[in-house]
Ligand binder design. Sequence first.
Ligand code: NDP
Ligand code: MG
Length: 416
Amino acid sequence: MKALAVLGSTGSIGTQTLELAEEFPDRFQVVALTAGNNLDLLIEQIRRHAPEVVALANADRVAELRERLGALDAAVRPARLPELLGGNEGLCAAAAWPSADLVVTGIVGCAGLLPTLAAVRAGKDLALANKETLIAAGPVVLPELEKSGARLLPADSEHSAIFQCLQGTPWADTARLSTGTPTPGLRRIQLTASGGAFRDWDPADLAKATVADATSHPNWSMGRKITVDSASLMNKGLEVIEAHYLFGLDYDAIEIVIHPQSIIHSMVELADSSVLAQLGWPDMKLPILYCLSWPERLETPWRRLDLTEVGTLSFRKPDPAKYPCMQLAYAAGRAGGTMPAVMNAANEQAVALFLAEQVHFLDIPRLIERVCDRHRVDLMAAPSLSDVLAVDAWARQAVHEAAAGLSARVPAALPA
Ligand code: NDP
Ligand code: MG
């Protein structure tokens, strides 16, 4: 029985992880949950999984949670109520919970950084979904992993595909994973991208893109932030940096390929020129399950892949002019040090402004570029945790300043 701590349990990754725990009750047990604000769903999850500890990011609502749990009918209340914690300290304590074997990081954005580090420092293996943490703080997280012996198992479908492909090579020394040194024999990574919501849009029409347009993904059902990142291809750019930190390849050896069907989840080219790919329907449950069961594979009754049903698999190069975020991410990755943290925080803030209908979709790359340009002179090559937290806060503020500059030319209402 593997004991799980699920960070961000009320989100898309979190709920799918809990569904897996219910699907395999003799394999997985949930001992810790964390959430942001969604108390209704969290209470339902506490009822179903009876965890030992629950942490709420919003510490002000812990008392309300306690009250509502206490008021549950005895027939539906777990026999033992969980310990309730709040704020960052609470999230970190839940992430390092002594009885947990594996921590699933489903918090969105850099808010996941401190809990992720707490889990790493406690020597817990991690199923990494919260990519922003590794991107912002790779130079801090990687040495901590090496020190504690914790392993980062990739839950992101592309990195899971790469990880799965590498299991079949003579270099499947998984202890090497995420040490930041090159994986021996791995020559090139091809990350596949669905192309997101605007894959078939003419670039000229992107100026009219609304929040509803950007949050309807053709292939995957995910949280709002990552769905917008998919539409801008920033998600793929973030995944390039994630792959760099996980598998140690130079940026020139990590490529993006648009693959509209999302059947091939990524490919690796090995030293002898052989290319391996991992295939499946687009469903996050498989990469999450592989993190939970690794190195084993569990039998599932899930819909099996039938390529004759798919018919065609197609591939094309992404258009850099249509997807400037992709280029910004490569540039930030290559600059290294604190630049990915700045780029990531600027993106989080710009996406939040877009979702609040305060800036246009095309302003997202404009804002990120301005903020990254400003940071160039202050770039720190080997940042500490406090440096990362400081530049993250600075970049968020800098986006607001840059957005105020833009607003002079932004019409009050977005075009219909
Ligand atoms: P969601 O928005 O669906 O869920 C986010 C979770 O984080 C919720 O539980 C939310 O709590 C919690 N949360 C939000 N803000 C905070 C905060 N400040 N502090 C603590 N907890 C917070 O996101 P996803 O599940 O889509 O994504 C989670 C991560 O996984 C992201 O990093 C994403 O890039 C990555 N990922 C997601 C994939 C997917 O298919 N969804 C695929 C690959 C990677 P609440 O709702 O209670 O407020
Ligand atoms: Mg992905």
